[in-house]
Design a binder for this molecule. Structure first.
Ligand code: C2E
Ligand code: MG
Ligand code: MG
Length: 445
């Protein structure tokens, strides 16, 4: 910032052009400010044959702060006094001085004139004055007119510099903004997706959808239940599978609002199917619960109120939990599962066989359904040992009075083997992949 401009009013960039035609630069614009002021003072000096001339800049309280060219501020007390008077009146004036009194001059040889014209910034704010002493007996009127014109030109110079400065600052800011935007975009592109705010946005904009995969009675092929599986219908990324956002949601806690939404949406959809008579038979919708949701206070109450809001009975809802989503706190897990069981919702142990303490969990907690992890189902056809594992799980479930759903059935061969081993229910691409609610409705009648 130019030193003289720092105190001046900052021009809004939008004003650019508004005052341009009124402000001739006379080619001085490309000189440093002081030089252009000197040139203007010099020109006026020549016109009025001045013996000295100077520009005094003032602060907001109209105190002289700086002199450009010529004499110092307060070189003579009467000049000083007249200058203050002009600053107060904000009007140009001229004064006759009988006695020069300046050092080095022959005193009182000839009458002199002291001219002062205020300099205004943007035609409004007083920023200084142009002072001139001459022996020439010019017409006072002409002298004042020239002084005022010169003072106006000086004011214009100040304004032009300031405008130039604000254009520069504006360009610099724009460049900075563009660079910051670029960095932000780059960071966003390379950042881990999704962040908390992405989830908030997704939830606000209804970007999450539930797809439903049928659970089928293997002997009859009848659909007995549906597993609700969340997807993110992202405006840029397309349909995103849960493995790309559920782990992040678990980590940053957004699984709680997302899980709440999923539970509510699954209940609402079942209500809608029942109302439209798409689901004639009794049908159970299963919702996956994450570890955080399981440990969140008020889970049982929330489940209960979602059921009530939608007029559903507890047996129409299944909750799927993996072993890892159960709390490490045994007493807490026992209490929550006990209350959910008491409510009447069906409790499903998901991905059974992938955890470490499967058997002890089965034994200890009131699970109703055991879902054999698809990795066992898929290995089943590979040899005798994996087949035996599935058979053992089925036997175990029978002894414990649990239903079994085999996950990930993809082939006729897998279906045949499971049926032969007495597995009653299954789910997998062989029957149907998870599909949107509208496409599933036709399979429910
Ligand atoms: P999951 O609960 O074990 O769900 C079964 C997954 O296996 C689904 O994957 C389903 O599309 C897939 N699947 C079903 N049949 C077959 C098959 O025949 N072959 C193969 N290869 N895969 C099959 P999806 O939908 O990608 O979900 C993955 C996991 O994400 C789910 O595993 C579940 O743990 C989690 N998840 C999905 N939705 C939710 C949700 O709303 N909340 C929570 N907390 N977790 C969810
Ligand atoms: Mg599941
Ligand atoms: Mg599973």
């Amino acid at each position: 910032m130019l030193p003289y401009l720092s105190n001046l009013e900052t021009l809004p960039f939008e004003d650019e052009g508004e005052r341009d035609p009124a402000m001739p630069s006379f080619g001085w614009l490309d000189l440093p400010l002081e030089e252009s002021i000197r040139a203007l003072v010099g020109m006026t000096s020549s016109l009025l044959e001045a013996e000295s001339a100077w520009v005094t800049l003032v602060d907001r309280n109209r105190f002289c702060t700086q002199t450009i060219t010529g004499k110092a501020v307060s070189a003579r007390s009467d000049y000083d006094c007249w200058t203050r008077q002009v600053l107060n009146d904000n009007e140009s004036a001229t004064f006759e001085c009988q006695d020069d009194g300046l050092a080095g001059d022959a005193a009182g040889v000839k009458a002199k004139r002291f001219f002062v014209a205020p300099i205004q910034f943007r035609g409004r704010h007083l920023v200084g004055c142009l002072c001139l002493v001459t022996q020439r007996s010019t017409e006072v009127h002409d002298g004042l007119r020239w002084m005022e014109q010169a003072a106006n030109l000086i004011g214009d110079q100040l304004e032009l510099r300031q405008r130039r400065e604000s254009v520069r600052t504006h360009r610099r800011d724009r460049k900075k903004e563009a660079a910051a935007q670029e960095t932000k975009e780059l960071r966003q592109a390379t950042a881990i997706w999704p962040q908390r705010e992405d989830f908030h946005r997704g939830l606000d904009r209804d970007e999450f959808v539930l797809h439903y995969q049928p659970e089928v009675e293997l002997l009859t092929g009848k659909v007995v239940g549906l597993e609700a599986l969340v997807r993110w219908q992202h405006p840029v990324r397309g349909l995103v599978a849960p493995c790309h956002f559920i782990p992040e949601a678990e980590q940053n806690g957004m699984i709680l609002p997302l899980g709440d939404w999923g539970l509510g949406e699954a209940c609402r959809q079942l209500r809608a199917w029942k109302d439209s008579r798409a689901a004639m038979r009794s049908l159970r919708v299963c919702v996956n619960l994450s570890a955080r949701q399981f440990s969140q206070a008020g889970l049982v109450e929330r489940v209960e109120s979602r059921l009530q809001e939608n007029g559903l009975s507890a047996m129409e809802l299944g909750l799927e939990l993996t072993e890892s989503s159960l709390s490490a706190n045994l007493a807490e897990t026992t209490e929550i599962l006990g209350r959910l069981h008491h409510l009447g919702v069906s409790l499903h142990m998901d991905d059974f066989g992938t955890g470490y303490s499967s058997l002890s969990h089965l034994h200890r907690f009131p699970f109703d359904v055991l879902k054999i992890d698809r990795s066992f189902v898929q290995r089943m056809v590979a040899g005798a040992q994996p087949l035996q594992i599935v058979q053992t799980i089925l036997e175990l479930a029978r002894v414990m009075g649990m239903e079994v759903v085999a996950e990930g059935i993809e082939t006729e061969e897998q279906l045949r083997l499971l049926k032969e081993m007495g597995c009653r229910y299954g789910q997998g691409y062989y029957f149907s992949p998870p599909r949107p609610a509208t496409e599933i409705a036709g399979m429910l009648v």
